[in-house]
Design a protein around this ligand. Structure first.
Ligand code: ADP
Length: 345
């Protein structure tokens, strides 16, 4: 599909002989809470790698946060700013990448409204995360917005006419719904919205302190805004292999969150630790002490960058204003095509 589109990276414009354009990526995180190590390792570091090769729009999707935090919105704005600080501290370069706060770019909401007209409710009711969220967050009376979460996500991506979306293996089905919505739009109104391709990110999910996936929704995180003291306080509470009750019991590192972190943050020393744990030579308390040191060492330069960015709110504001301006320009092009295709202009 997209290879036939004019302006595709593979095509030169024969009239202008212009260079092929960069492929476009839109990817985003919610502002339901502070970002955590899983967000850094599983998403942000990948975006930083991609920003040279692609035209990257890095979203902070505050409207999505409202699907679960509408009753108390007092922290959303602060979470948005903190996320922007993390984007920069992780190495997103605002000269290359537009950092986009979703609600500052009205085209996201406009396209969402239009796409919601053509998206069957049955498609949304079948999305597994809709059921999971209702159960996990004990939502007895789900809102229209929660059901429509994937339509807003589709609008976020399609409004940039993104070519690719970086996703973890578990998120491929979400993107499939975006592609279905694009197909339906194109079928009804003409070929305007390219179906984005998934760019698979191979990164094992980081477990949280309790052994489940680290997630803002589970309150089991080491946050990027945590201090060294927070890390020293949290690591001793981490779940370990439940069959290793005493120091000398042989452990099963492959089932232990502490080892998963060790592998991610100190791969060189991991084999020795694995052998010692399996042989009953290394107890969990000692291993956790080692891990806290490893994490603090690994995060120190990140924390320093973070503090420097937070200390310059004027620059942060300028970065966010500029990102919104670039995003408004880009999305206006799409909306112009969309309104015309729908015969509303
Ligand atoms: P959360 O579950 O904390 O709300 P999101 O669903 O907003 O996180 O995820 C934002 C990005 O961070 C996604 O690209 C996701 O793959 C990545 N991510 C989230 N949690 C983890 C984790 N525990 N390990 C690795 N990557 C993660």
């Amino acid at each position: 599909m997209s290879s036939l589109r004019p302006g595709n990276p593979a095509c030169y414009n024969p009239l202008t002989m212009s260079q092929p354009r960069k492929k476009i990526i839109f990817s985003a995180m919610q502002a339901t809470g502070r970002l955590h190590l899983g967000n850094l390792e599983g998403a942000l570091r990948n975006w930083v790698r991609l920003q040279d090769e692609y035209e990257l729009y890095a979203g902070i999707v505050d409207l999505h946060s409202l699907t679960t935090t509408f009753d108390d919105t007092s922290e959303v704005l602060e979470n948005v700013r903190e996320a922007a600080i993390d984007y920069l501290a992780a190495g997103l370069d605002p000269d290359k990448t537009a950092i986009v706060i979703q609600s500052w770019v009205p085209a996201h909401a406009e396209l969402h409204t239009l796409l919601s007209m053509i998206t069957p409710v049955g498609w949304l009711e079948r999305v597994p995360t809709y059921k999971e969220k209702r159960e996990q967050l004990h939502i007895a009376n789900p809102s229209y917005g929660l059901l429509g979460y994937p339509v807003l996500m589709a609008a976020d991506i399609l409004v940039y006419r993104a070519d690719v979306v970086p996703v973890g293996r578990d998120q491929v089905p979400h993107l499939e719904l975006t592609r279905e919505i694009a197909r339906r739009f194109n079928h009804l109104y003409g070929n305007i919205l390219p179906e984005p391709q998934s760019l698979l990110t191979e990164f094992a999910l980081l477990p949280g302190l309790d052994g489940r996936k680290m997630s803002k929704s589970y309150d089991n995180c080491i946050y990027l805004s945590d201090s060294p003291d927070d890390v020293r306080r949290k690591v001793p509470d981490m779940f370990t292999d439940p069959t290793k009750l005493r120091k000398n019991d042989p452990g099963h590192p492959d089932q232990c969150p502490v080892y998963a972190y060790h592998l991610a943050y100190s791969p060189d020393t991991a084999p020795e630790v694995k052998a010692d744990c399996e042989a009953g030579k290394l107890g969990c308390v000692d291993h956790k002490r080692q891990l806290a040191d490893i994490l603090i060492e690994a995060m120190t330069s990140y924390w320093e960058r973070r503090a420097a960015i937070a200390a310059d709110p004027d620059r942060l504001d300028a970065v966010l204003q500029d990102g919104a301006r670039r995003a408004r320009d880009k999305t206006a092009e799409t909306m112009d095509l969309v309104w015309k295709a729908m015969k509303l202009r």
